[in-house]
Design a protein around this ligand. Structure first.
Ligand SMILES: [Zn+2]
Length: 375
């Protein structure tokens, strides 16, 4: 009995230490939109570069999982791989089937497609027959709303309850179309334009989705929140092999508590309070990046171990911006965390092509330079 208790105590100690120090495994997820569609540079990647990226994953023995499998493991407490990657594609453009899939098939990697159902069958988009074929082939299909709205936006004179009902109807409409056309209702969701709020997350949870993916950069790890899973965008200037390798090398900066949780900017520049739980990182060498002619600073909060206050020097510009933190690991490599900001003072512009200027992006290595990130 005594030995048993000691064992349990040891196990508990390990668990507690694990929670505060290392994270068992990680997955670096990527989001693509268009392939060889040079008319849309900010969301496009060339097929040659995409092929090089998949070849790299194979050569370097990355474990490529579907996002559904990652979510299943996160929910059941199973470990993630040491070197894990996830491939996702948003919006359901035809170039996914015509250009990307022939390359994906060569490697047999799982890949997930998030479809905004109102667009299915319209010009440039896949139709339901093609989506059915892809699904039968093993492509995981997820929900990306029906109408691809800016979900956080309320219409003029719309009450909170009316807003909520409108969003629920949009998601349910998509679910109905998936059920009718594909015979299943997806359990995974992607926020259009990567925009969400606490209220949006609440709607997504209330409809039974098992997880939701955002578009801010970051690394998925065992304690990450399931409704703001980060993905590294692979479009425009970031759609290179070097950029891909750089993002694959990133490790998670583990932030169990962030305040505010909501990315919607209430005062500008916004204050962000973070509890950082990594061990083995040199927090004294933390970098902070923000988009625009601006800079930001992360400073420890006096008397509160592990807490940092992050704030930009000047007001944030653009509808979407980010505070991106990078911290060198004591054993090499860099740890990454991004916090999304949405500034509703900048209007949501309608249009299918997701706009660029989503936030600062960092290419790390010898030099640390912030560059823009597209959506
Ligand atoms: Zn989209």
């Amino acid at each position: 009995m005594y030995k048993f208790s000691v064992l349990i105590a040891a196990a508990l100690f390990c668990l507690v230490s694990l929670g505060q120090t290392a994270v068992a495994g990680q997955v670096n997820a990527f989001v693509y939109h268009r392939f060889d569609e040079t008319k849309y540079p900010s969301t496009n990647i060339s097929s040659a570069v995409f092929a090089e990226q998949l070849a790299y994953l194979q050569q370097q023995n990355y474990t490529v999982l579907s996002i559904g499998e990652v979510v299943r493991r996160l929910r059941s407490g199973e470990n993630l791989p040491d070197k894990g990657a996830v491939l996702t594609v948003d919006d359901g453009y035809r170039s996914f089937a015509d250009v990307a899939m022939p390359i994906v098939r060569q490697y047999g990697f799982p890949i997930s497609l998030f479809v905004n159902t109102d667009a299915v069958g319209s010009r440039g988009y896949l139709d339901w027959t093609q989506l059915r074929a892809l699904q039968q082939e093993g492509v995981e299909i997820g929900n990306h709303t029906a109408s691809h709205p800016y979900m956080v936006e309320k219409k003029q004179e719309e009450t909170q309850e009316e807003w909520r009902q409108r969003i629920i109807e949009d998601l349910k409409k998509a679910e109905q179309q998936f059920m009718t056309q594909l015979g299943t209702i997806p359990e995974l969701f992607v926020y259009p334009y990567g925009e969400y709020s606490v209220e949006v997350i609440d709607v997504v949870k209330s409809l039974g989705f098992k997880a939701a993916l955002a578009q801010q950069s970051g690394v998925i790890h065992s304690t990450h929140d399931l409704y703001t899973l980060p993905r590294f965008p692979m479009g425009g200037p970031y759609a290179t092999l070097a950029g891909f390798i750089n993002k694959l090398s990133m490790k998670p900066l583990v932030v169990p508590v962030e305040n505010p949780v909501s990315p919607v900017v209430l005062s500008n520049p916004p204050d962000l309070m973070l509890n950082i739980a990594n061990d083995g990182v040199d927090l004294g060498r933390m970098n902070c990046f923000v988009q625009g002619e601006n800079s930001c600073r992360a400073a420890p909060v006096a008397g509160q171990v592990g807490w940092y206050k992050v704030v930009a020097e000047k007001a944030l510009t653009g509808r979407r911006n980010k505070y991106t933190l990078t911290v060198p690991g004591r054993e090499g490599g860099w740890h990454w965390y991004s916090h999304l900001w949405i500034n509703a003072d900048f209007p949501a512009v309608d249009g299918r092509e997701p706009t660029s200027a989503a936030g600062s992006e960092v290419d790390l290595g010898k030099t640390v330079q912030p560059v823009f990130e597209n959506q």
